[in-house]
Design a protein around this ligand. Structure first.
Ligand SMILES: [Zn+2]
Length: 400
């Protein structure tokens, strides 16, 4: 789809709004070490620094390749098959161009992508390398993925990690690449998969989960600020915990209960009253868990779990000029709740055969990107893989 005049206007409005964002006094960021395992993360200091990079705005003086692809790809192929490596690399480049043509990114995004043999049936995954706390205009501190934070072009900002998005894909999986012979029923289209995963790296990601205090719990909370992580996927359970509050992701700011249009961020406000709020010390995470389970907030956490395993119960409230107050139904049909799949996608049943197919949590095997676009009513341009609602969600994430 050609970029329209209206899209440009939205983007200008977006730039005006994003300046409201404030740097949080909280100078700890979260670094994700492994895109295949979101629990593998560490807290890192990210002191304020003054931007010394020239602001990179798309302009006519840039080289054609820069203009067409705002992603700086660092590609690692751990495979003794040059042809296969090249196919994977070309896919990342193609996806970079597709995203660039739709999103009008103003700052380049560093993408570190690996293609290598992985064990099991894993397809692969991508996600942010760093989440950065920013204070929104409603006073709440939320975690912004670095690729989104950079688009705000703040002159003073928490220190950025050297790369914005990490990706790791399994070369053992029978992927289908553009230009290959007819797709087989067991094959997954690699281009659709990469495009989908990079959307998570750009911020299509809820912070509500059921594994911050214990694994596979039957209650949900946003990220708990103060928990110290080990390298690996273990939370440091015995060390002292200075609780600094519950941190939603930028995405969570726009989640609503469909039944009554209440923003879920209001539930987080109730969480924040836990033991009179921030900077409470606990001797261990187990002590935190016990006190939390005895608090009135625990009922809300259980209630949120039950809501998030019932179809059609949570939506994303769009906030762009032409989609104000429209709600996009998010994925809550998975029972038990599945972190990474529940909430961080659009509803599979509603959207799999629509123009919004890209952000459902399951990719249909034996279906090429072309087929999916055609099934959604598109005319076979790759940009049409990002449907209007998906695009509006990304635009809304910038409306701070
Ligand atoms: Zn996904």
């Amino acid at each position: 789809m050609k970029r329209t005049y209206f899209t440009t206007i939205y983007f200008l409005i977006y730039l005006l709004f994003v300046k409201i964002i404030k740097i949080s006094a909280n100078l700890q960021c979260i670094d994700y070490l492994d895109p295949l395992n979101s629990r593998n993360k560490i807290l890192v200091p990210c002191p304020h620094v003054r931007s010394n990079n020239k602001i990179e705005i798309r302009d006519c003086y840039k080289s054609k390749s820069d203009q067409n692809n705002m992603f700086d790809l660092m590609f690692n192929c751990d495979l003794d098959d040059e042809k296969m490596c090249n196919k994977a690399k070309s896919t990342f480049e193609s996806v970079g161009r597709t995203l660039t043509s739709k999103l009008l990114l103003n700052t380049r995004i560093g993408l570190n992508a690996t293609f290598r043999p992985l064990e099991g049936n894993l397809l692969g995954s991508a996600g942010p390398s760093r989440a950065i706390p920013f204070r929104d205009e409603d006073g709440k501190i939320r975690l912004y993925v670095q690729a989104l934070a950079k688009q705000f072009q703040l002159q003073v900002h928490p220190e950025y990690s050297s790369v914005d998005i990490l990706a790791d894909f399994n070369s053992n999986f029978p992927f289908w690449f553009e230009g290959d012979p007819q797709i087989q029923p067991n094959q997954i289209g690699f281009e659709e998969l990469v495009l989908h995963e990079l959307m998570h790296g750009l911020g299509f990601l809820s912070g509500w989960n059921n594994d911050y205090i214990e694994e596979d719990s039957l209650f949900l909370t946003p990220n708990i600020d103060g928990i110290i992580f080990n390298v690996g996927d273990n939370i440091e359970r015995n060390s002292e915990l200075v609780f600094r509050g519950f941190l939603e992701s930028a995405f969570d700011k726009y989640m609503v209960l469909i039944s009554n249009k209440t923003l879920t961020t209001e539930l987080t406000s109730n969480f924040d009253k836990f033991l009179d709020g921030q900077n409470t010390k606990f001797s261990s995470i187990n002590e935190f868990k016990e006190k939390f389970k005895a608090s009135p907030q625990f009922d809300i956490a259980k209630q949120m779990y039950n809501i998030c395993i019932e179809s059609n119960s949570i939506g994303f409230l769009l906030n762009t000029s032409n989609s104000k107050n429209e709600v996009v139904v998010l994925e809550t049909g998975i029972n038990p709740f599945q972190g990474g799949s529940s909430l961080s996608h659009v509803d599979e049943k509603l959207f799999d055969n629509s123009s919004e197919f890209l952000m459902t949590f399951e990719q249909t095997p034996g279906r090429t990107l072309k087929d999916a676009i055609a099934a959604g009513g598109g005319k076979n341009r790759k940009e049409e893989a990002i449907g209007p609602k998906i695009l509006a969600i990304l635009e809304t994430l910038g409306h701070v």
